[in-house]
Design a binder for this molecule. Structure first.
Ligand SMILES: C[S@@+](CC[C@H](N)C(=O)[O-])C[C@H]1O[C@@H](n2cnc3c(N)ncnc32)[C@H](O)[C@@H]1O
Length: 205
């Protein structure tokens, strides 16, 4: 299976923060091969993998990744961005949403944030951790983040040892421009306390 550069960088971020993962409820959206979600489960998180309910072969890939990594406890559900499906409604509160390379079509940006916002209403301290490949300088999340009352923080790759062309014996990230961001509700710090600081908001995707 081909592992995309964004997935390698997000997995590196998870590995860097692995001590915070045991017991956390973690949902990966647009999971595909699911490297970040699989790593989170190996680090002790309670993981749910999801991909579009309209793409059953992608859900099969998620299932295969669980089997190949001997993780039968992971649930796999069909979640199409922006759809209020029974599977989305039935999800318990989540602590972290993982999303690797999901910002590749501007028309999907708002449906993705709608799904994230729905889950933030269940847990206002939820954090969205995402990597994206820089594809166009014209694409921006800024207006949508404002509309959905969210804030975004850019995480420099050097802060989690991902600023090198080779990570975990993979040379994939070196050939692409990959960026890392976290999104949370405006007014919430990552720990849930009311946040009064200034957040740099790089919103180009
Ligand atoms: C570029 S791939 C990234 C896959 C994986 N996250 C990775 O980084 O290797 C985009 C993923 O989003 C899923 N996807 C596309 N449109 C979607 C939608 N509307 N709702 C949910 N998932 C979707 C695709 O099936 C695919 O798995």
């Amino acid at each position: 299976m081909y592992v995309w550069p964004c997935a390698v960088v997000l997995a590196q971020y998870l590995w860097f923060h692995r001590s915070s993962l045991p017991g956390k409820a973690v949902l990966e959206i647009g999971a595909g091969v699911s490297l970040p979600g699989i790593l989170a489960a190996k680090c002790g998180a309670k993981v749910t993998l999801s991909d579009s309910s309209l793409l059953p072969h992608c859900l099969d890939v998620c299932q295969q990744s669980c089997q190949m990594n001997n993780l039968p406890q992971i649930s796999v559900v069909g979640l199409t961005w922006g759809h209020a499906s029974p599977d989305l409604l039935a999800l318990p509160p989540q602590d972290i949403i993982l999303a690797s390379d999901v910002f590749f079509e501007p028309e999907d940006f708002e449906p993705i944030l709608m799904t994230v916002y729905f889950l933030m209403e269940k847990n206002p301290m939820l954090q969205f951790w995402s990597t994206y490949q820089v594809r166009s300088a014209d694409w921006s999340l800024e207006a949508l983040l404002y509309k959905w009352d969210m804030k975004c923080t850019h995480i420099p790759l050097e802060t989690f040892d991902a600023d090198r062309g080779e990570i975990a014996e993979s040379d994939l990230p070196g050939r692409h421009t990959v960026e890392m961001l976290t999104i949370s509700l405006r007014g919430q710090s990552p720990t849930g306390a009311v946040y009064a600081g200034t957040v740099k908001t790089p919103t180009r995707v």
